[in-house]
Write a protein that binds this ligand. Sequence first.
Ligand code: FAD
Ligand code: EGU
Length: 489
Amino acid sequence: QPSSTMEESTGRSTKKKVVAVVGGGLVGALNACFFARRGFDVQLFEIREDIRRAKIVKGRSINLALSHRGRQALKHVGMEDKIVSQGIPMNARMIHSLSGKQSPIPYGKKGQYILSVDRANLNKQLLTEAEKYPNTKLNFDHKLQDWTAETGLMTFVRSDGSEEHIKADLIVGCDGAFSAIRKQFLRRSRFNYSQTYIPHGYMELTMPPINGEFAMKPNYLHIWPRNTFMMIALPNLDKTFTCTLFMPFEEFEKITTGDEVIQFFQRYFPDAIPLIGVDALKRDYFRLPGQAMVSVKCAPYHIGDKCVLMGDAAHAVVPFYGQGMNAGFEDCIVFDEIMEQFNEDFSNHHIFFPLCVHPGAVLPEYTRVRVPDDHAIADLAMYNYIEMRAHVNSRWFLFRKYVDNFLHFVMPRTIIPLYTMVTFTRTRYHEAVERWHWQDKVINRGLMFCATGAVLGGSYLLIKNPPDINKFIIPAEKMWDRLTALRTP
Ligand code: FAD
Ligand code: EGU
């Protein structure tokens, strides 16, 4: 049984012993590894049964785009190579226009790519890795019901109805967008919270292999940008593609029969119909209703020295930057770095020793450092959602990416596309946004400069060499010749 003993040789309870990770999803399982590596007694609690034994795994999205931030976090726990080897590299997007034309746009230089990874597989591997540490215990079928901030006492309910009361020195809330841990935060003063459901829902459809091969080119993130409607497809190891259809709930509701589904696809995604298959499409469309997407922002991320939120529990973001999991994984690195910096000192004793070199208090520092970045990626994802919905068709998408790439090519050090900073670097999200605004200014100044130069230069030349206006005036007799010339091909 996990229990808390706040023993400390110095008499001050500055170090944590028992860490309870609540939620065994992607971030919870990874976090268990991070804390186990540091030697804490890690107790992980997950409401579901062990997904490694479960026959059917229900849950959100089947596959995810893993990029640099997520990979770095996996690297910290020695999991990068294993996960990368089971992912499918996507070197470029493939833009599908309404006519069926496909245009690739690389993500970066040769060899720069993001990965399509299987969510269930990633989750299983992370749980197995966490379990390898002797100081970690995974507790499945444990639903966090309630907890007390003052004592760190948690109440869990099991599927047989029994209750368990468990205490920990530190509670790490990784229980997702509808976090039960976060409920206690909401009851407290000076806790900021906002949640927004977007009008769109999503639905997943599968493209089976054709003659044992991928139905489309595998090493791409396939995108069908159609303003209000959008579809994205990521490849899976079993040579299927998982297509995610995004559309407003009211549009989902308009489609009530199989024939209407086909009509809808005929109108917006005609090239996908034969690849998904007419019958499968008619069937799978009605399997599940459209799934909601929520954006959650809050602050602070901690209560005293007792509890901290990470992953979707701290910041659910809409999936329009492919960063939710990546940001949650980066949370784990940032927390680990702060623990290192503060010598794992969680106390608030800097109130008493303000000039101390390591003034302790890991949790307030985590909030201070991480909130601006998580809020920045939440805002960016929402901004991209609004932008795509408003006016991103395939031509606009292609045009924008070409312009970005061109400017980067001309001034590789000055202009770095925003998605590049977000996807391929660990530039702090809020700094990426600042830099993006700065770059916009530089580009606008550049355009202004060119335009002004053109006008001034042009005027100067006109004044210096005034054109003979008579050259432009066509005599009446010549006008007739010209008009008749136009008629003969
Ligand atoms: P979750 O994965 O939600 O895990 C939370 C865990 O806590 C679950 O296992 C749950 O069972 C458990 N739990 C909940 N309540 C309790 C309780 N009371 N007691 C005990 N346990 C509890 N991100 C990317 O980086 N790239 C992508 O391409 C991408 N695509 C996405 C596409 C879609 C359609 C969606 C919806 C999201 C996408 N994301 C993507 C985001 C990504 O799915 C999430 O950011 C990520 O799953 C967050 O992980 P988490 O561990 O914080 O939360
Ligand atoms: C959505 C759902 C293309 C997986 C944003 C790009 C996404 C993913 C983009 C989903 C888009 C949109 C980026 C990546 C990625 C692009 C990105 C979105 C993975 C700005 C499983 N987005 N996604 N941007 O640049 O940075 O290719 O469900 F259509 S990966 Cl919406 Cl890089």
